[in-house]
Design a protein around this ligand. Structure first.
Ligand code: PMP
Length: 289
């Protein structure tokens, strides 16, 4: 496998970064997860824009343009001869001193991995997921800006551990006020009375690219979109629930904390969003070469 690292495509065995890199020492950095289908990268420009916004928000100056980063990403996919898979694009603060001071890290490190992806088993798309509410909270926006896709994933990892220990694949994370923020690696949507509801970004959700696509598709499908504060009550009483993310795409949820949502089966709105999403993902995107 060829990895793009600091301007060069190198063999996987040579793709190494410094132990003084603040990405390793402090989780000081940002990243993106991106999909490509049929030799085309889905929403590449949007992902790279979010990467640059995340970097900007943490005062991490990138010495490349967005166009260059898009090009490097496509080159990495092409160099590995892949047509379908998943890209991990990571920018760290770079190597510096042992102290926190990011100004002592002269040059960011960037690497790009293009690989295959392990999806949720197909039965979960057919029958829906049973998920839990976890005790681990999303950090308050004043502590960690929810829009920044940073390398600080420890709280999501702890939430994921709770899900695994409860035999679930995902967990709903609440914010400090008790409102639903999102899941450990996915955004959450509800259908109620023919309307689409999703938590506000200010309640602690990542501004997911797939979330944005679903909101666009809802407008095309004539489904009203309501971004508002949601509680577990709203999930328990919803007609349908589904999650979205680059890796998961659109996946139905049929139970929360062992309580059945709606009919207990993936609903018709979820099916329409799933189909519309697949159609779009398979027919659009930036060609890799
Ligand atoms: N929330 C979190 C915490 C995530 O890690 C992800 C996946 N990157 C998402 C939501 C979904 O975002 P996207 O649609 O951009 O992949």
């Amino acid at each position: 496998m060829k990895i793009w690292l600091d301007g060069k495509l190198v063999d996987e065995s040579e793709a190494k970064i410094s132990v003084f890199d603040h990405g390793v020492l402090y989780g000081d950095g940002v990243f993106e997860g991106i999909r490509f289908y049929n030799g085309r990268v889905f929403r590449l420009e949007e992902h790279v824009r979010r990467l640059f916004d995340s970097s900007r928000a943490i005062i991490l100056d990138l010495p490349w343009t967005q166009e260059e980063v898009c090009r490097f990403t496509c080159e990495t996919v092409a160099a590995n001869g892949l047509t379908d898979g998943y890209i991990r694009l990571v920018v760290t603060r770079g190597a510096g001193e042992l102290g926190l001071n990011p100004y002592l890290c002269p040059k960011p490190t960037m690497f790009i991995i293009a690989s295959s992806i392990k999806l949720y088993p197909d039965e979960h798309y057919q029958n829906g997921l049973s998920i839990i509410t976890c005790a681990t909270r999303r950090p308050a926006p004043g502590a960690l800006m929810p829009q920044v896709k940073s390398l600080n994933y420890l709280n999501n990892i702890m939430a994921k551990v709770e899900a695994i220990q409860a035999n679930a694949l995902e967990a709903v994370m609440l914010n400090e006020q008790g409102y639903v923020a999102e899941c450990t690696g996915d955004n959450l949507f509800l259908i109620k009375n023919g309307e689409l509801h999703t938590p506000l970004i200010s309640d602690g959700a990542l501004d997911g690219i797939t979330r944005g696509v679903i909101i666009e598709l809802a407008r095309d499908l004539g489904v009203p979109v309501i971004e508002r504060s949601l509680t577990r009550y709203d999930i328990f009483t919803a007609d349908e629930c589904f999650l979205t993310g680059t890796a998961a795409e659109v996946i139905p949820v049929v139970a929360l904390d062992r309580r059945v949502i709606g009919s207990g089966k993936p609903g018709p709105f979820t099916g329409r969003f799933l189909d519309a999403f697949h159609k779009l993902a398979l027919s659009t995107g930036t060609p890799v070469s």
